[in-house]
Write a protein that binds this ligand. Structure first.
Ligand SMILES: [Zn+2]
Length: 289
């Protein structure tokens, strides 16, 4: 990755979800890039008050695919298993039609829907990932909320593990809502849950913490109340854990207990949170008009 300088960061003076002043935000922790992570007392979301800007983002994400999403065979097997779990959940609500995967990465999740006969399209901000996905799928490269889709509409729009990376997420969500067909569904999954016990206990050592690059951490009430204001009702909700390839229930409970012991002893936690009940959200919303 290219070296980041102070010019690659911006300071937020308002909550990126509801625009409440960042002065009233509660300080939680500082990440490894020196960014303060805070919680908005008004909407409850967790966000980076200092974060990568338009110059820092491409440096950070330009080679993400090869740097982070490396072809670790075991990780790929686990991720593919998660794709199947997420797909099975969404299939209960939408069993055919046009699908848009926003932040489709290298296209693996899209591929699952394609194999099941859906008509699938993707959007990707990372150049390397977009090029890879574009070889075998229909993918648009660029910034989602700036794209012109004409009169195209979709039956299912997916944000899988994506919204934490979006600088102004309400714009993305409003764009997605405008692209939903009548009776369409919005699927938010693999989304870290800031109301989870593990995040509250581990904070910066959570499985997927909020950082200056993973800008925003959500809660189910924040997402649901926002989407409800646009007429989207929550019709499905899961916090997958035991059925995932990441669960090792006994070991995970012991790690959580160790975290509690550290907290009670006033000792700083210096190890990574385990997978656990409630860590990740899977939410389905229905546009009922
Ligand atoms: Zn807020």
């Amino acid at each position: 990755m290219e070296i980041l300088t102070k010019d690659d960061f911006e300071i937020l003076h308002q909550c990126p979800w509801d625009n409440a002043s960042s002065d009233i935000a509660e300080f939680l922790y500082q990440d490894d890039m020196g960014c303060d992570i805070v919680r908005c007392p008004q909407c409850g979301i967790v966000y980076a008050k200092r974060r990568l800007n338009e110059s820092g983002l491409p440096k950070y994400w330009g080679d993400y695919l090869s740097r982070v999403h490396v072809l670790d065979p075991e990780a790929v097997v686990k991720r593919n298993k998660m794709y199947e779990i997420d797909y099975a959940f969404s299939h209960q609500y939408v069993s055919s039609g046009r699908v848009l995967d926003v932040g489709c990465g290298n296209g693996s999740f899209m591929g699952v829907y394609e194999r099941h006969g859906y008509d699938v399209y993707g959007v990707e901000y990372g150049k390397e990932a977009a090029d890879t996905a574009g070889k075998t799928h229909s993918v648009r490269y660029g910034v989602f909320d700036e794209m012109n889709f004409g009169d195209e509409r979709y039956d299912l729009i997916i944000f899988r593990g994506v919204l934490q990376y979006v600088p102004y997420p309400t714009q993305y969500l409003e764009k997605a809502i405008s692209l939903l067909a009548r009776g369409g569904h919005l699927f938010i999954t693999a989304q870290p849950n800031m109301n989870s016990f593990a995040f509250c206990l581990f904070e910066k050592h959570f499985t997927q913490p909020v950082t200056g690059a993973d800008f925003i951490g959500y809660t189910e009430p924040a997402l649901s109340s926002y989407l409800q204001s646009f007429g989207l009702l929550k019709v499905g909700e899961k916090f997958f854990y035991e059925e995932t390839p990441y669960a090792d229930v006994e070991e995970d409970i012991l790690k959580m207990a160790k975290g509690v012991q550290y907290k009670r002893a006033g000792k700083e936690i210096d190890f990574k949170a385990p997978a656990y009940w409630g860590n990740m959200m899977t939410l389905m919303y229905h546009k009922n008009m």
